[in-house]
Design a protein around this ligand. Structure first.
Ligand code: ADP
Length: 214
């Protein structure tokens, strides 16, 4: 039942959660990509990782929500804790980890066949949310990312019909819809123009009131 009880709380009243990375090592076969890294990501703060290409930033981020292990030949050891809960403990449900620790990628990746509404609703559907409750949470998530005014009259149009910056905000709405504790972002603005970048950066700053952001 990893974090599931907290995951159902009111998104606007939540308390922050801290991520502790302790002595993390990550490998791709023989390639030792992250070496003995210990770092704390404080609640309600945005922590940015800066470093040259290939130094292991993306790998570290993917270890936090156990996406690293999905790559064939990849493995990790060490500890990742969400507050006092060990993300790598044997009894932990990996799906619950990824719900609690959401991820936004470099390239906006709306589900190509889905409408704006369904993109945001996708995670909620998997979690069993239905009907009016779902509608309300989709709308609230779109408001939280500042997209509501731009899309409220076209919720049934394809998500991929939006601009690049809007698509990235849609992906952030999809992430916050399932009410995670932590949001991982891997260069979320690198494919965007300066205006869209500024909009996302302002959004990240607002989101830290409710989430831990890496
Ligand atoms: P950064 O995000 O800082 O640019 P990465 O975490 O992507 O760095 O890469 C760290 C190291 O791991 C690099 O040596 C890279 O070549 C290697 N690496 C990254 N992804 C893979 C992969 N899917 N398979 C094999 N090696 C990888």
């Amino acid at each position: 039942d990893f974090c599931l009880s907290r995951g159902l709380g009111d998104v606007y009243k939540r308390q922050g959660h801290t991520v502790y990375v302790e002595a993390l090592n990550a490998y791709y076969g023989q390639n030792h990509a992250v070496k003995n890294l210990s770092i704390t990501f404080p609640a309600n703060e945005v922590t940015a990782i800066i470093g040259p290409s290939g130094c292991g930033k993306s790998t570290m981020v993917r270890c936090i929500n156990r996406m690293h292990e999905e790559i064939p030949g990849a493995r990790a050891d060490g500890k990742v804790l969400l507050d006092e809960e060990d993300v790598y403990a044997p009894k932990v449900d990996v799906t619950a980890v990824r719900r609690a620790i959401g991820m936004v990628f470099q390239r906006a990746n709306p589900f190509p066949t889905m409408s704006i509404f369904d993109n945001v609703a996708s995670g909620l559907k998997l979690a069993g949310t239905r009907g009016e409750n779902m509608r309300e949470r989709v709308h609230r998530s779109l408001r939280a990312v500042g997209l509501w005014g731009e899309v409220k009259n076209r919720l049934n149009e394809p998500g991929v019909g939006l601009s690049g910056g809007q698509q990235q905000r849609l992906c952030i709405a999809r992430t916050v819809a399932v009410e995670p504790e932590v949001i991982l972002m891997d260069e979320p603005c690198s494919a965007l123009d300066p205006v869209a970048t500024l909009r996302i950066e302002e959004l990240i700053d607002e989101l830290k009131e409710r989430y831990t952001i890496v």
